[in-house]
Design a protein around this ligand. Structure first.
Ligand SMILES: Nc1ncnc2c1ncn2[C@@H]1O[C@H](COP(=O)(O)OP(=O)(O)OP(=O)(O)O)[C@@H](O)[C@H]1O
Ligand SMILES: [Mg+2]
Length: 381
């Protein structure tokens, strides 16, 4: 099957589109990336999304407009990625998360809202579209995230090596894959959101550059500074880091409000802009490695990075320092495109939805069962 995966994560930087050819089911799953491209949001739409994520109140009419605008951009990305190519059979669209509430003692059920409705995308593209992937896992008592772990297990498990597949988007998430002997690729797979990835860094760069830059390209700015160890320790006191998995998070915890707190701390310590960025980068590195030491049954033999943060050389350096002897690679080095891996995953989840294979891994999301993920929208032909 030829499928398009569409993803815009917590960075809200743009829509990652992946056109893939998929065959097999799970252990024999094969995915070939035919094309991958990021379609950045226009700055106005991006700021509207970020404002809503930061808690801005909007009317239902504004909400509807935003939802439609996002669906249109997703449909445009799907049409663009398959231009001059054979048409795809299906679209898997994650949509744009604007709100994520994990389970807690009170709510019991989590809630997660992605904008960009599947029906609109199906209508504008003429292709069956699977969307709203998180709802079924949430209804089964899961976190609704991370949802890529079953795919990671199918594509990246290794007979000898234990691997951490670490995505660094706005938020970081990991799938731990123990060495597997070919029996059950999902046994003992665990995963969770590690905390901030690029979200705080991007906010800081936007602020420090007075809106001229949106991210720290290759980590060059942060690399000119020094992390402030005491502040990293202070920020690591945030209760999310000590919370046991299954767990998930979003910009609600590590977005605008947390950034304001970091900025106030940095100002009180007289940190230079470069030192501030180095300290925020260190928080990302520290929170990732801390969660491995705290919650994994054993440290991995290798860490496979993906997502935009894997392009940040300074962050990679700081991760390597904290990981010591453990190999730090990108998923590209084991044959899976690191920049489009999450988009590829939603193409696979759409494919699984149509052939009746559950998409979530209860050992990762905490759901009480494996369930089919996503709502299928299709046009009557
Ligand atoms: N060359 C680079 N150097 C440093 N950081 C980069 C580079 N390229 C991308 N990034 C960072 O990666 C972010 C985008 O990453 P990505 O698209 O993987 O995250 P996301 O949209 O939150 O998606 P997801 O939720 O799927 O992880 C950018 O906002 C930026 O901070
Ligand atoms: Mg992105």
């Amino acid at each position: 099957m030829r499928a398009i995966g569409l993803m815009s994560g917590t960075s809200a930087d743009g829509i990652d589109a992946a056109l893939v050819e998929i065959s097999g089911t799970q252990a024999d799953l094969q995915v070939t990336l035919l094309a991958g491209k990021t379609y950045p949001y226009l700055p106005k739409l991006r700021s509207q999304i970020l404002e809503v994520c930061a808690g801005k109140a909007i009317s239902m009419a504004e909400f509807a407009k935003l939802d439609e605008a996002i669906a249109r951009e997703f449909a445009r990305a799907a049409l663009a990625i398959q231009k001059n190519r054979e048409t795809a059979d299906i679209i898997g669209s994650h949509g744009q998360t604007v709100y994520h509430r994990p389970r807690d003692g009170q709510t019991k059920l989590g809630y997660s809202l992605q904008l960009g409705r599947g029906d609109t995308i199906a209508h504008l593209t003429g292709l069956p579209t699977v969307s709203n992937f998180r709802a079924a896992d949430l209804a089964a008592g899961g976190e609704g995230a991370p949802l890529v772990s079953r795919i990671d297990a199918c594509l990246l498990s290794h007979p000898q090596y234990g691997s951490c597949v670490q995505n660094i988007g706005g938020i970081g998430n990991l799938t731990y894959l123990p060495p597997h002997d070919g029996h059950d690729a999902f046994e003992k797979v665990v995963g969770w959101d590690t905390g901030p990835g690029n979200s705080l860094l991007d906010l800081a760069v936007h602020h420090l550059s007075e809106g001229k830059q949106t991210y720290d390209r290759n980590g060059e700015w942060a690399a000119r500074g020094m992390p402030h160890v005491d502040l990293v320790e202070r920020w690591m006191q945030h209760p999310y880091f000590a919370q046991s998995p299954p767990k998930s998070t979003g910009r609600e915890l590590f977005g605008w409000a947390f950034f304001q707190r970091c900025r106030a701390d940095a100002t009180a310590k007289n940190l230079s802009p470069a030192d501030f960025l180095a300290t925020l980068t260190e928080l990302t590195a520290a929170s990732i490695v801390y969660s491995y030491r705290q919650f994994l049954p054993q440290m991995p033999d290798r860490v496979l990075l993906c997502g935009g943060g894997s392009c940040n050389a300074y962050l990679r350096h700081r991760l390597q320092v904290r990981l010591g002897e453990i190999d730090l690679l990108t998923t590209d080095e084991v044959g899976l495109n690191s920049q489009f891996k999450e988009a590829i995953a939603f193409a696979v989840l759409a494919y699984w939805r149509t052939i009746g294979i559950p998409g979530n891994l209860p050992s990762v999301t905490g759901a009480n069962q494996a369930v089919l993920l996503g709502d299928l929208s299709r046009l009557a032909t």
